[in-house]
Structures are given as C-alpha cells and as structure tokens.
Design a protein around this ligand. Structure first.
Ligand code: SF4
Length: 455
C-alpha cells in the first residue's frame, strides 16, 4: 500500500496539502473556462480520439512512413526497444560527437528511461532547462506532475533552493526575482552546451517532422544553439498528417493550463547546416500495452495533465505518492502495465468518479480502465488477507438483500451506541481522516415505503 502511506506522509502538512489542492483546482477551472469558450470542443475531442485510434490501429505503417520522411529530411532515426537501449543510443551519439555538456527540455520519456542519472554516471553534465524541471533537478527529486513538475514546491522553498545552489539573495519567494535569476543561470548553460535533448509532443508521419510545445522557448533555444539535437519520442506520439496538428494544438494547452496555445509550438523538420539532428523512437513497453485491448486507448494520451488537476486523490496526495514517472489517473493505468505487482495499489488510488475521463482531451476512458485493472489485480496479485476476507464478506452481504438489511440495521445500532474511541480506533482507516456520516433512523427502503404510504 505504498501510495496510501506516501499520501499519509504528504497529508501531514495540512496547509501545504490545502494549497496544493487549491492550486491544481485553479488550473482545472482555467481549463473549463478555456474549453467552454471553444465552439465544438466536444467535436474536437471526438476527432482527436478517432485520429489516435487510427494511429494505434496502423502504428507500424505510420512509424515506417515517419522514419522514411525523417531520413529524407536528413535526420538520423534510431529505434530503442527499452529504456536501456534508449540511454545507450543517446550516450553513443554524444560520445561520437564528443559532447560533454547537454541542455534538456522537458521530456517525460527521458524521465521514464532515467536518462539523467545514466548520462551523469558517464561523465556528462545534464541541465534541465524547463524552470520547473530545473527546480526539481536541483532538489534531486523527480517531477510530481507532467506539466507542472515542481507544483509540490512553494515559492519560499524555491527561494531557499536557489540560495543554496545558485547563490541568489533571500527574496521571500519573489517569483519575478527567482525567474530572472533562473534565466541568467540557464542562459549561461545554453551558451555552453554542445547538444540539446528535447522531447516530442507530436511526430507527423506525412512530413517526418516533429513538434515540441513549451511555454519558455527552452527547446528552441537549446536546439538552435547546440550542434547536435537529439529528440526522444515514445512511439505513440505519431499523428498521420500535418492538418491533424490543428486538432491537437487546440486541445493540448487549453486542457493543460487553460491557455489557448502554448507560447511556443516549435516545428523541427531537418538539421540546420553544419548541425546534426537525431530522433530516437522508443518502445519500452508500449507494444505490450497496445496488445492489451482494454488498455490500448491509454496510448492516446497527449500528456496534458488535466486528469491530474481534476483528480481529488491526486490533488490531495501529491504526485510523488504514486512512485511512478507518470502520476495521477493516467499513470495509474499505464504503470500496472509495466510492473503489475509494484504498481498494484495505483488503480485503487481513485474514487472512480470519472472526472478524469470527462476532462481528457482525447477521451480516454480512464476510470473504466482503472476499474478493469482492479479486477485483474484482485485476481492475479496476492492481496492482504484482511482485505481479501473483508471483500469476501462484503460480497456475500451485498448479494443477499435480507443479510444486507440485517447488517445495515445492526451497524446503525452499533454506530449509535458504541463509544467514539472504539468507532475511530486504528482499525477504522476511513475514520482516520474524516467523520463517518450521521447515522439515520432506518434505511432508504423503509423511508421509501413510508413515503409511498403517505402519498
Ligand atoms: S490521460 Fe488525457 S487528461 Fe490525462 S494527461 Fe493524458 S491526455 Fe491529458
């Protein structure tokens, strides 16, 4: 139950949890406003979902088309079956081009492959240039959110971190000062880097080009200044044609932060004269996920983070509690596909309210997939004996209406007459963080019959 324990630790600082909850809800509300202002928003979501379904059904064809067109453009294309191969390929390119310093823009794939520690262990300096990513890199922490990597940190904490690592002056968490200092620090790193690593938001099969979306322009700055650009992409990032980009760009930033579009939507098609451009296409478990019919749609994800911002569990447990590269609802359906035993608690870290599916721009049925994983996990992963026994008894009670009435009556009686310290004992994990609902006289059935009689 790692998630529950990590969430308990996160909840020890109540004011910070409340702040985290509010900050993400604010982003969710911005998303709503932006979405409601677009006529045909639902049509766009349907279209995006259909395009991605088409890509997944014809992935082999689109991948080969993309590769052929990228090669025509002068790009070197590499294929990696897993994280290890990905890291070796990137390192190999850097060795060949004699690179010792790289700048990296935000890429969840390189997080997934643990590229930073791999390269650092091989003597290469890696600087994350997205501000949030740089903050968590300095703090030696993984990102806690896929779009807002440092959302778990207050500006005062960033102030302290910058004083320690960048030698800044204390500023009471003044965001303007902190951003200016980060800018100066990063500019220096950009100028000295020999290579730039970026992620890929969309790879267009028709043209062989890639699109990287940022708000800080750091992907462009890195790729344009360095002599080598390495773009790392999961193989599901494809879209068939350039015209489809309009659908996804309209959805992505609105869903992520409520902006109409990211500040930069940078198109990279070919290397500039005198430079090299490489694209590393990574599988790392994606083919296996594609083969699972019930979970295939999880590969439609465009990493907007909206499902995290809306999720009541994520907002109050924090991204690190998931112990996975991708946290939140989408992470909870992707991670069990990678390691079912390790991540078997994640599909249970949900109320199954369905809010994640409601906001998902590509209409992934996230809550239904969470429920499907639960069914698999309950069957295939050994469950704690207490949980197993309780579920068995509950199942029997729910399957028998007389038994259900009897247990209901007895529980209401006991809850009313048992001393509080016994009701809220250690055994009652539900009551640890909240009050149980007020016990009514009688159940719904009795109330309904009485009402009918009085009509
Ligand atoms: S699952 Fe949907 S809502 Fe969640 S990050 Fe992916 S695209 Fe966004």
């Amino acid at each position: 139950m790692a998630h529950a324990q990590e969430a308990t630790t996160f909840n020890e600082n109540e004011s910070k949890v409340n702040w985290h909850d509010k900050a993400l809800w604010f982003v969710r509300q911005k998303r709503d406003k932006a979405a409601f202002n677009v006529k045909g928003w639902e049509t766009l979501r349907d279209l995006a979902s259909a395009i991605k379904a088409n890509v997944m059904s014809n992935l082999d064809i689109y991948l080969e088309e993309f590769e052929a067109n990228a090669i025509k453009n002068g790009v070197t294309v590499h294929w990696a079956k897993d994280a290890e191969e990905h890291n070796k390929i990137v390192h190999g390119i850097l060795q060949k081009t004699n690179v010792k310093k790289i700048v990296k823009s935000k890429s969840m794939l390189t997080e997934e492959c643990h590229l930073n520690p791999y390269l650092e262990a091989n003597g290469i300096e890696v600087i994350d240039t997205d501000l949030g990513e740089r903050i968590v890199q300095l703090a030696e922490e993984p990102p806690s959110h896929i779009v807002l990597p440092a959302i778990h940190k207050t500006k005062e904490e960033v102030d302290e971190l910058f004083q320690e690592h960048l030698g800044t002056k204390p500023c009471n968490g003044d965001p303007q000062y902190l951003t200016d200092e980060a800018r100066k620090h990063l500019r220096n790193k950009f100028l000295k880097a020999d290579a730039a690593v970026t992620g890929v938001n969309f790879a267009i099969a028709e043209t062989g080009g890639i699109v990287v979306c940022t708000n800080e322009g750091n992907a462009d700055m890195g790729a344009h200044l360095a002599k080598v650009h390495i773009a790392c992409m999961g193989m599901e990032k494809l879209i068939p044609q350039e015209k489809h980009l309009g659908v996804f760009l309209r959805l992505l930033a609105r869903s992520a932060t409520g902006q109409p579009i990211t500040t930069y939507s940078s198109h990279f098609n070919k290397p500039a004269p005198g430079t090299e451009m490489h694209i590393v296409i990574v599988d790392n478990g994606r083919t296996e996920q594609l083969s699972r019919e019930d979970f295939r749609a999880s590969l439609h994800c465009i990493r907007c983070g909206a499902c995290m911002n809306t999720c009541p569990i994520y907002r109050r447990s924090g991204g690190h509690s998931y112990n996975a590269t991708i946290p939140g609802p989408i992470g909870s359906i992707l991670s069990p596909g990678k390691d079912l035993t390790k991540h078997s608690d994640l599909p249970f870290a949900s109320t199954l309210c369905g809010s994640c599916s409601d906001v998902c721009p590509v209409k992934i049925n996230i809550h239904e997939q969470l429920y499907k994983w639960r069914q698999i996990i309950t069957k295939d992963v050994p469950q704690p004996i207490v949980k197993k026994s309780v579920l068995k008894v509950t199942g029997n009670v729910l399957a028998n209406s007389k038994m259900y009435d009897f247990v209901g009556k007895s529980s209401r009686f006991m809850l009313k007459h048992t001393p509080r310290f016994l009701v809220y004992s250690k055994l009652n994990t539900w009551g640890k963080e909240r009050e149980l609902p007020e016990v009514k006289n009688g159940n719904f059935d009795e109330w309904y019959k009485k009402r009918k009689k009085n009509e």
